[in-house]
Design a protein around this ligand. Structure first.
Ligand SMILES: [Zn+2]
Length: 385
């Protein structure tokens, strides 16, 4: 460990110092990206945001080329920066945010007491900025690196349904994938993420008077209430499996047997085996009253990512140690597109974006003083040995 730390230490400290000397510039570039609103649901703003990002990356990465894969909401921006060494690393990010158009008017990018705020600053515009600066730093300092392929989609916050196959194809053959999703503290890396299964179940029963004619009715509400009990029983917190019936609606009046009900379910699983167990148990369940019809729609939006990439984790540990920062490896319940690329067989390290907190919330923020450390972490991971 000691020798590895020494080997990478000089270079990563040089990158950190290079970034620290340009921190105002880094923050200015972050301000432009945050104030360029990119809600997942607004194709016009997303296209404008992609143009801003592309122009900036091409300008910052000398000799790079950009292309757009696919079209529409699932389109993926690809920027290639040829390297001085063999191999290719993928930097993966998303441009879209969960915030509606106009949010930036109410609370534009601002830095107060060393904390940057603004819609999407943490998830994940600061991550994009760090990734771009990490490559720029290596090149400015003439440090050898493999080729880098930046992939940025714009439908991540709505499930990456259009972009996922484009991401898998564009990342195929890469040596590793570094995901620019938010971190936590200066040393955070994310080494595994649960899979997310999303289902909607619609029950159709038979309406009847609850007093005069109850046996003529078949309650859709009762069926989904029973299914709720069944699903809650499938959770296994020790195995990392959680089940949340987040939405449950149905019926019209207390004295009417409900002919309609609907539920939305969120399942998280750490392993493929657990994901399959819950799926099978959901599919196998049938209402006690066979006159109620169930329609089940949905599936695993992102598969479990349970196999950390040990080489990347130890590399991150060594880079951080050389900067005097303790590594903070986390396994988290939230999924990302890292799950999709890990399932495609690629070594993935995630959570390499900014330190801060409050993703998807108004108190979202980024710790400005940690940006150079996080840029140096990325640069160290990109440069490898
Ligand atoms: Zn994100």
């Amino acid at each position: 460990m000691a020798t590895e730390v020494e080997a990478v230490g000089g270079r990563t400290r040089a990158v950190r110092d290079w970034a620290a000397a340009r921190l105002d510039e880094v923050v200015d570039d972050l301000a432009v990206l945050v104030d360029t609103e990119t809600p997942s649901t607004d194709p016009v703003l997303l296209a404008a945001g992609a143009a801003v990002l592309t122009g900036w990356v091409l300008e910052t990465w000398t000799g790079s080329t950009a292309t757009t894969l696919g079209e529409g909401p699932g389109a993926v921006l690809q920027v290639d920066a040829p390297g001085s060494r063999d191999g290719t690393l993928v930097l993966l990010g998303h441009l879209d945010t969960v915030f509606d158009a106009g949010t930036v008017e109410a609370r534009p990018f601002a830095v107060t007491d060393g904390v940057a705020r603004g819609p999407g600053v943490f998830d994940m515009k600061a991550g994009l900025v760090q990734g771009v600066y990490a490559v720029a730093a290596l090149d400015a300092l003439r440090m050898p690196r493999p080729s880098v392929r930046l992939l940025v989609n714009a439908d991540e916050e709505v499930g990456s349904l259009g972009s996922r196959s484009l991401l898998v194809d564009a990342a195929a053959g890469a040596d590793a994938v570094l995901v620019l999703e938010p971190g936590g503290v200066a040393g955070t890396v994310k080494t595994a993420r649960k899979g997310v299964g999303l289902w909607t179940v619609t029950a159709t029963g038979i309406a009847a008077h609850a007093g005069l004619d109850p046996e003529a009715g078949a309650s859709a509400v009762h069926a989904l209430a029973a299914l709720t009990g069944h699903l809650v029983g499938l959770a296994d917190p020790a195995a990392g499996t959680t089940v949340n019936v987040g939405v449950l609606t149905g019926g019209t009046r207390p004295n009417v047997v409900a002919d309609h009900a609907r539920m939305e379910i969120d399942v998280r699983a750490r392993t493929e085996a657990e994901a399959e167990r819950v799926t099978a148990a959901l599919r196998a369940w049938g209402p006690v009253d066979p006159r109620v019809r169930l329609d089940v729609a949905g599936g695993w939006n992102r598969p479990p990512w349970s196999a950390p990439a040990p080489d990347l984790v130890s590399r991150a540990e060594a880079v951080l140690a050389s900067l005097g920062v303790a590594v903070d490896p986390r396994e988290v319940g939230g999924a990302s597109d890292g799950n999709i690329l890990a399932a495609a067989g690629l070594p993935v390290l995630d959570g390499l974006g900014a330190s801060g907190g409050g993703a998807h919330a108004e108190h979202e923020h980024v710790v400005v003083a940690d940006l150079p450390v996080r840029i140096a972490l990325l640069a160290g991971l990109i440069a490898g040995d």
